[in-house]
Ligand binder design. Sequence first.
Ligand SMILES: [Fe+2]
Length: 252
Amino acid sequence: MIDMHSHILPGIDDGARDAEVSLRLIEKDLRDDVTTICLTPHFNFERQSIEEFLHQRAQSFEVLKAAVAKQGWNVNFILGAEVAFSTALAEHPDIAKLCYDGTSCMLVELPAAYLPKWTSEVLDEMQLQGITPLLAHVERYTYFQNEPERLFHLLDDGCYAQVNATSIVKHKNAQKFIALLMKHNMVHCMGSDTHSMEKRPPMLKDASNFVQRKMGPQYLDSLNEMGVALATGKRISKPQPTPVRSIFGHYF
Ligand SMILES: [Fe+2]
């Protein structure tokens, strides 16, 4: 299984504070049958340059690799970033460097409170530059929960969607919303988005069990295949999202 989204790299963002914490998170992912972990620390255009970020990420990755080698664990890592949405995504010449390593797919975090008017223009412009936006934890946004058609339009325009394992396992409302999105082909992959064992521990096994019960083993396999394809640059056909219908405030 692949973990598409994590803050396991030590000492670089609000995730693992040191390699010891990183190892505990990796150990849990391994127990959950995860074999490939995407390392996606936060990147924000307003806080640092892409070059500074890549340098820090490379240093942190060296620390992590040395710690993992001592354990003798067999795990694949893919470097990436969780990029805070910004109009710079439509203008900056080097944004491809923030994609999952060796691919043209970028994990993008939309603003928490509101969806800016120019969101689709920026995401379209990225795609014109050959970048595929993968929207992080789409289940967390109230603007998508209240108006799923807003997410539908972004996915229909070429974006992909990732959901968090903890939302599936721990949060009843998010769980219902994710089940609705899955029925409408509006989820493409899962990630732990783990920060620490206390704040959002990895739980992809429990999340997978839920998805398998709700949607069947083939669907679970297809989520994993789509995740691997996005994070490794393989071609895969994307299922067409279908619009969510609403009657008297109930979505189905
Ligand atoms: Fe994250």
